[in-house]
Design a protein around this ligand. Structure first.
Ligand SMILES: [Ca+2]
Length: 367
């Protein structure tokens, strides 16, 4: 409901209540300003009525109510009292009508918003479906992939220019896969573990956090450090949000780390899309300058095979140590679909793993 509509209803309420209170106040007051309860006023009228046979009205007993309200004197007779009652009834009716109209208006708005919300959810979900189809086609025909932070072109949703659907794709293989620090058989993957520790140091995070995460993932319950197996899941992470459940992973550290890590995909880092910080963590021989050189190189000449990385000046030897840990073609993507309809917005994020030519959703979040 708009602020303007609320203001109108409030004004109606205020006016009606003031009218009622004012009328009640008038009803309780005589002309001389003497207060008189309603019951007493009724009694007063009865006392003022002449008795049968023309006898004068009985004298009130000593100590009884001495104030007798006379409508004829106070408000100009029976017509005055009728006017007061009419005003009271009218005011009450107006309040009831306004209340009814308000409830109808609120209910109608809730219904419209529910309808729009349903349409919005379907529209946003359709965006994910379109994104998957787009990626399927792209991955199926490409020798290498360089799709990251890419917006998929899409036409109009409706004739209303404010109704939109935006679909963007991010590459999960551009990030470091935390699950790779432990092999599927439960043993520690030392090269990946070392890379992860370098990534932690890169963001000034205590590198012992890697030990807690390794114990959270590995199957056994042998502690690498005291308390590292406490409440451990002993299986791979399902989403990066799980990192917040691991001992010694602080929320501020998670926020620093989250944009650079993933838990989806093959675990291979795509050198065509890898973030510079991720390239740096792959080897102690890759510093910030060399990582930026790789990024500049691939802008003009994307890597069509992993050995092409050796063509980057400075990577001739270091590149060889990375073979088996890198790729040029990604298999995990996150699609973000943002739909706007009638002033409402809905966002859906879905992570998709590409198996052959088909995408399978592994993660879904609406917000
Ligand atoms: Ca464990």
């Amino acid at each position: 409901m708009s602020c303007r509509t609320k203001s109108i209803f409030k004004a109606c309420y205020k006016t009606c209540y003031i009218a009622i209170i004012r009328n009640l106040f008038l009803f309780k007051k005589g002309v001389g300003g003497e207060s008189l309860p309603l019951a007493s006023a009724t009694k007063g009228v009865a006392c003022a009525t002449p008795s049968a046979g023309g006898a004068p009205p009985a004298t009130p007993p000593a100590g009884s109510q001495s104030v007798v309200f006379n409508f004829k004197a106070g408000f100009g007779g029976q017509r005055g009292s009728a006017l007061i009652l009419t005003l009271l009834v009218t005011s009450l009716l107006v309040v009831m009508v306004v209340e009814f109209a308000y409830k109808v208006y609120v209910s109608a708005n809730s219904l419209y918003e529910f309808r729009d919300g349903q349409e919005l959810s379907v529209l946003a979900a359709s965006g994910i479906d379109l994104g998957i189809r787009y990626i399927d086609g792209y991955v199926a025909t490409a020798r290498y992939t360089e799709l990251d932070k890419t917006t998929i072109p899409f036409g109009k949703v409706s004739e209303n220019a404010d109704d939109t659907l935006s679909i963007s794709v991010g590459d999960e293989n551009a990030r470091f896969n935390v699950n790779t620090i432990v092999y599927p058989n439960g043993t520690l993957n030392q090269p990946a573990f070392d890379s992860f520790q370098r990534l932690l140091r890169r963001f000034s995070i205590d590198e012992s956090v890697a030990l807690y995460i390794a114990d959270w993932i590995d199957r056994d319950s042998e502690e690498r450090v005291a308390g590292s197996e406490k409440s451990a899941k002993n299986s791979p992470l399902f989403s990066i949000d799980e990192l917040l459940l691991v001992s010694h992973v602080k929320k501020e550290d998670y926020k620093k780390l989250a944009p650079f890590v993933t838990v989806y995909g093959s675990g291979l880092v795509n050198v065509n899309t890898a973030l510079p910080e991720v390239l740096e963590c792959l080897s102690p021989d890759i510093d910030e300058a060399l990582a930026n050189r790789i990024v500049q190189y691939r802008k003009s000449l994307p890597f069509d095979m992993t050995s092409s990385l050796l063509n980057v000046p400075g990577m001739e030897q270091t590149g060889k140590t990375l073979l088996g840990r890198i790729t040029v073609k990604s298999d995990a993507f996150t699609i973000i679909s943002s739909a706007s309809l009638n002033g409402l917005t809905k966002d859906v994020a879905a992570t998709v793993i590409i198996y052959g030519t088909n995408g399978q959703i592994k993660y879904w979040k609406e917000y």
